[in-house]
Unconditional design. Sequence first.
Length: 165
Amino acid sequence: MSRKHNNDNWLRDFGASGSDAGDGVVTVSLRSVQRDPVWGPLLRAARLGWKRAYAPYSRFAVGAAVEAGAGAIFVGCNVENLSFGLTNCAERVAIQSAIASGQRKLHRIVIFSESKVCVSPCGACRQVMSEFSVSMPILSVTRSGQASLFELSKLLPRAREGILG
C-alpha cells in the first residue's frame, strides 16, 4: 500500500512541531509515526535492521528501511569492517538492496539508531539517496523515542545541479 509522497504535505503527515528554521529538520510525534500506514511499517523494518547490524568496532548499530515502488520495503543495517573505510552504512545497504531487486523509484527512508539524538545520513549516503530522489523525506528515530524528519534537498542542496550538463 503505497502513498505517493507530496512535498507540500509530508511534514504534516504526523504532527510535525515547530518550524524547520530553514534547515529542513523538524521534530515529529513518534506515536503518529508508529500509527501511520506508510511510515509505521518502515519504522518497524528499520528496527529489524538495527537488530541485525554488525558493529563490533564502534558498537553503534544502525538500521534503515527504504520504501521503493509499489510500497516495497527494503531493509539495511550498518556492516562494519576493521578497515573503517570499507564500512557500509545502513542507508546505503537498504538502497543497494532495493536497486539489486530491480527497483529504481525510492520514496522515503527511515533510519533507526540507539543514539540520544536523531542522526542524519552521512555525506556519502546523502549523495547515494540523491541519485534516486533529490526530495526524499528521511525519518530518523532513536531507541529512546526521539523522531525527526529531514528533507534531503536541504541536507544536500544543489545535489545534481550542473553534473550532467
